[in-house]
Structure formats: structure tokens, C-alpha cells
Write a protein that binds this ligand. Sequence first.
Ligand code: NDP
Ligand code: AKG
Length: 411
Amino acid sequence: MNALAATNRNFRQAARILGLDSKIERSLLIPFREIKVECTIPKDDGTLVSFVGFRVQHDNARGPMKGGIRYHPEVDPDEVNALAQLMTWKTAVADIPYGGAKGGIGCVPKELSTSELERLTRVFTQKIHDLIGVNTDVPAPDMGTNSQTMAWILDEYSKFHGYSPAIVTGKPIDLGGSLGREAATGRGVVFGTEALLAEHGKAIKDMTFAIQGFGNVGSWAAKLIHERGGKVVAVSDITGAIKNPNGIDIPALLTHKDKTGKLADFNGGDAMDPNEVLVYDCDVLVPCALGGVLNRENAGDVKAKFIIEAANHPTDPEADEILSKKGVIILPDIYANAGGVTVSYFEWVQNIQGFMWDEAKVNNELQRYMTKAFHNIKSLCQTHNCNLRMGAFTLGVNRVARATLLRGWEA
Ligand SMILES: NC(=O)C1=CN([C@@H]2O[C@H](COP(=O)(O)OP(=O)(O)OC[C@H]3O[C@@H](n4cnc5c(N)ncnc54)[C@H](OP(=O)(O)O)[C@@H]3O)[C@@H](O)[C@H]2O)C=CC1
Ligand SMILES: O=C(O)CCC(=O)C(=O)O
């Protein structure tokens, strides 16, 4: 099942539980606007190359649309649509005043030089600058993009509209980025994991973890889990995977990845097939890379008792069913990885106020938002007698439906 079909299915199930009117249901499903642009740039050798870029603006009932921009070869319209819709429910679950959007360019960022990436980002921004805005749609980093990408978008956008730091979040601190944003998604994952484990009388220090992906989210999650005494027993990136049942030395692995750009060849553990990470013997599995990685092929072999969805839609609905029958508890993406967009909200607020927060304030507020959202989800799980995914979906969908109804339909 592709990402959009899976996301729509979860949404429809939540709409049914909530008893939503079919017209509202249809209006919430259809995106506000879908943008597809052609981006042609000269490569460093002078040849021309074209890429397709997307921005899907899903819903703005609760505020400006918000969501990352992904550079990855598998970016396609359905995937971006699904990710944009997930952002709408995620911002509502986190209770921050935003709607949802997502963008992406189908490319292999590692095969482009820094100047080619800069040209591509600037051309993409030129094509969408009049459709994004501080109060309409605010991009941020996602897979394959980072604070430098945001700096280029900020600069290009500012040529058309005047200097506008709040047009993007996740930007460098020197350009108005927020302290704590870089770590925020991984930190939010850890706050969410702590809240979930506490419900089950457990703590991070008593558990073993397997982590798929060691980019922004995976590396921060690994570092913070390790700092809390959790044992990370398996980690993967695109170059390979490492296992060590006694616990991987995460600071040493971070230094190795920093120096070599890859996990492969790290000597603090044994190499393993990257696909095995998902079914490795551990208490908690944390997918931090692509969508759809847990499916009917491998779900039956998962050993973890808890899955923390740090990536977006890592579990397809068939895997969801198999895992739920096995009694695996899944902390869903629209809550588990909401720390990133929550600190993006703090960054936007700081830019608008022209006032910087210190990092302790950012992290404390993030913990407050994550803890509150967890308890709100739990309460809906009780009301509707449903799992955490439906608890989160009903929370998010209901908030967006209420805002939509309050704003009304008159043309
Ligand atoms: N950045 C953010 O703030 C947020 C991100 N997310 C989600 O988290 C996930 C990760 O995003 P982010 O960390 O930003 O992205 P990054 O690009 O920083 O990192 C992605 C990581 O995934 C690895 N990877 C890619 N393909 C595979 C594969 N087939 N097997 C194993 N590892 C793989 C990459 O390997 P390599 O290092 O070798 O390239 C890299 O380590 C995505 O689903 C994203 O949507 C969700 C909320 C916010
Ligand atoms: O920080 C943001 O605005 C969005 C992050 C994002 O793309 C996501 O949560 O999936």
C-alpha cells in the first residue's frame, strides 16, 4: 500500500470513530493546493539537468501550513501528499497553531556538489516564492536537507519579499535559527519514549534499542538515549549496519560518522545486513529513515516490544495489524516525531518577536508540549477504546475538523 493510501486509510478510520460528517471528511482529505515545478540548473561541468519539485499544502484551518522539504530519489507526488497530510494531524496533535504542508525534490543530494545543491534550492525557491509566506506556508528541513538548505531558501525568498527570517525554520543560529532545533526531533522522540515507557513501569536505562537511520533524527535519538543509560545494540545507515549486544559506544560512533561520513567500517561492533536492524533482538525499535520499512514481509519477525516511529509513516497498515496482534506497542509518527515541528514553532515565534530564547527554555517547553500531547492521546485512547495511532489521529483530526467548522463555509 503506498504512503497516501495508508495515510488516507488511517484518516478515514479516525473520521469513522469521530462520526465526522462525510462532507467535512472529504474536505479534510483533499489538499488545499498541490504545486509541481520543473527546476533546471547548470551542473558544475556546464551541462543542464532538470529535477521535479513539489510542495503540497494540505490544510490551513488552524494556521499557516508547515512542513519540511525533502531531497531524495523516491520523492513522488503521492508520498509528498501523504507527508503533507501527516503534518496537518501532527501540528494539531502537538497543539501548535499551524496546518500542514510538505515539499520535496526528486534528486540524489549526495551526487550533487554544494554549488549544484545551492542552485537547485534557489531555482525551487524562485518557483514557489509567491505561494509560501511567513503567515501562509513555512518550510523546514527533512530528509536530505539541513540548515544550509534553509539559509539558501531564506536568502532567495528575501530577494523577492525583503529580509524574512521567519519564512523558514531549522535555519542556522546565525540567521535566526532556534537553539535546540537541530536536536529537537530526536529529543522529542526521547521525551515521547520516556512518557510511553513510564506508562509501562519502565525507563530508557533498562531497555535495549535498535535504530534505523543515523542522520539528524537517528543520531540525536541515539545520543540522547545513550546519555540516559539506554543500550543501543544496533544502528544502520545507507552504507551499512553495526550490532553490538553489549551496547554500541554512541559518542565514538558519532565521531566515526563525522570523520568518514558513514557507519560502515566502525570497529566498535560487528557489521550486519542493514535490513536486519528492523528485526534485531531489542526492546525498542526506532525507525529514523524512510517510510514503509515495516510491512507484511518483515512485521512478523520484529522482536521489539515497542516501536517509536521517529520516521514518517514507517509502518504500513498491514504491518500495523500484524504487530498489534503480536502485542507490539507503537508510538505513532504524528506524535513521536512532533518535537521537530514544535521547536520550529518556537523558532518562528522567536523570529516574529525578535527575541531569542535560551536552550534550556526551548528544551523545557518541548518536554511540556510532548508530555501534554501524550496525555491527550492517552485520554482519547480511553474514550474510543483504541490504540495509540487512532488516539493520535482522532485527537488531530478532531481539532482540525472543529477549526474548519468554526471558520465556516460562506464564500
Ligand atoms: N529532520 C526533522 O526535523 C524531522 C524528520 N522526520 C523524519 O525522520 C526521518 C529521518 O529524517 P532526517 O534524520 O531528517 O533525515 P537525514 O537525511 O538527516 O537522515 C536520514 C538517515 O536515513 C539513512 N537512510 C536512508 N535510507 C536508508 C536505508 N534504506 N536504510 C538505512 N538507513 C537509511 C541515511 O543514511 P546516510 O546517513 O548514509 O545517508 C541517514 O542516516 C524521515 O522520515 C523524516 O521525514 C520527522 C520529523 C522531523
Ligand atoms: O519543522 C517543521 O516545520 C517540519 C518538520 C517535518 O517535516 C516533519 O515533522 O515531518
